[in-house]
Each structure stands twice: as C-alpha cells, then as structure tokens.
Ligand binder design. Structure first.
Ligand SMILES: Nc1ncnc2c1ncn2[C@@H]1O[C@H](COP(=O)(O)OP(=O)(O)OP(=O)(O)O)[C@@H](O)[C@H]1O
Ligand SMILES: [Mg+2]
Length: 214
C-alpha cells in the first residue's frame, strides 16, 4: 500500500504520523520505504537519528525525493517494497501532487483549531483534482493533537465529518508529550520506554484503520 500523509497546513503532525506508521510497519516485519517529499527533510532527519541511536538501524529504508520524481521513483520502487509511506510538506506542491497521483491513501491530520479547519476547503479541492488523475485514491482525515477537554474536538469532528472529499477516521490522536519525546530519541511512540499506553493505543487505532488489520 502507498500512503501519503499530507494536507495544506504546516505543523499538523504529518511527519509524526508518517514516521510512526513506518516504524509500526517495520515492527510488524513489513519491508517499508519512507519517502521524504518535504524539502524541510524532517522525516529524513528522524531516520538519520534512528540509524545512529538503534543498533539494528532504522528498520526501514528512507529516501528523499522532490517534484515529479516523487511519482516516477515511487512507481519504480513500489514492486520492491510491501508498503510505502510518503511524508509531504504542508503546502500544495508539485511533490504532494506527484505523491497523490500514485497513492492508495491520503491521510490528512487536523489539529482541532478553527484556523486549521479552514484549510479543509483547499484540501478538498486538491483531493477532487487528484482523484481525476488517480481514481483509486482514498482520502481520509482525522484529528491530531486532540485537546484533553473542551468542545474544540467535537466542533472540528463535525466539520470534518461534513467534508465530502475526505472520509473521517473516528479515532483521534491526543496531544501527548510522548510523541515528541519518542521522536527526540529517534523512536516511534510504540517503542518508547516507559510506554505511554494512550499514545500507543491511539496511533495503533489509526494504523489498524488505515491498514485494515484488526
Ligand atoms: N499528537 C501529538 N501530540 C503532541 N505533539 C505532537 C503531536 N503530533 C505532532 N506533535 C508535535 O508537533 C510538532 C509538529 O509535528 P510534525 O513535525 O509531525 O508536523 P508536520 O505536519 O510534519 O509539520 P511540517 O508542516 O512542518 O512538516 C512536532 O513538535 C511534534 O512533535
Ligand atoms: Mg513534516
């Protein structure tokens, strides 16, 4: 499966989700390719740190691609890997469009803040256009960095549920320090010791939803 984590918003958690999914897949013995299609190269930095910190290495292959090469190289490499995760930048770039033209799934994290939700219309437009080029693309949205309390989560969920171009994944990921702590060590949150059971369960719920494993 080829999964792009994208959207048109910086800092929504794309790299966090992309790297955690790559780690979980590799923990499960899958042969995974993580493509960094963001010129900021955050997921490549994460993988470099992981290769330094872990004796066994990152556990997956990581490459950087930009522009139309995201499409051509992914098409060339997809026979060689069981799963490909593509991390994109938070803008409507040639790289993100190239990724969407070859992906099975687009995952768009949203932080429950009205400003972020406003970008939904633009994401919907992008998904609409890319679905013409790639009719098999399935686009999903979910809440990341959910608040511990208050009505913002529900308000955001209501808007996301009403967005026709994207299906809503009803398993939010909370705002949890464990994600940042794990990343700082080159780890997925599922590898962190001591574990944050809630963070682990939340990312695993998203994983199961996307990869359809119960
Ligand atoms: N669920 C979460 N709980 C707590 N912190 C989070 C969560 N998700 C992401 N973060 C933190 O938010 C910051 C931005 O996350 P991340 O880098 O994954 O976003 P991004 O969408 O990839 O950003 P960019 O658009 O710059 O590529 C990071 O410091 C990350 O650790
Ligand atoms: Mg990023």
């Amino acid at each position: 499966m080829i999964v792009t984590v994208g959207g048109i918003k910086g800092g929504s958690g794309k790299t966090t989700v992309a790297t955690n999914l790559a780690v979980i897949l590799s923990q499960q013995g899958q042969d995974v390719l993580l493509i960094d299609a963001d010129d900021q190269e955050t997921s490549s930095d994460f993988t470099n740190l992981r290769n330094e910190k872990l004796e066994a290495g990152a556990g997956y292959t990581s490459i950087k691609l930009t522009g139309p090469a995201v499409r051509t190289e992914t098409l060339r490499l997809k026979q060689k890997y069981q799963d490909i995760i593509i991390d994109t930048g938070g803008r409507d770039t040639t790289s993100q469009r190239a990724a969407l033209s070859v992906s099975d799934v687009l995952l768009v994290p949203f932080v429950p803040r009205s400003f972020d939700v406003w970008t939904l219309e633009k994401v919907s437009g992008l998904v609409g256009e890319m679905s013409t080029a790639n009719p098999s693309l399935r686009a999903y949205t979910f809440i990341n960095r959910a608040d511990p309390r208050g009505s913002d989560n529900d308000d955001a969920a209501d808007v996301l549920k009403d967005t026709v171009a994207l299906s809503f994944i009803p398993t939010p990921i909370g705002g949890r320090k464990a994600f940042g702590n794990a990343a700082a060590e080159g780890l997925g949150v599922t590898e962190l010791k001591p574990q944050d059971p809630k963070a682990t369960e939340e990312i695993m719920a998203l994983f199961r939803y996307v990869f359809n494993t119960k």
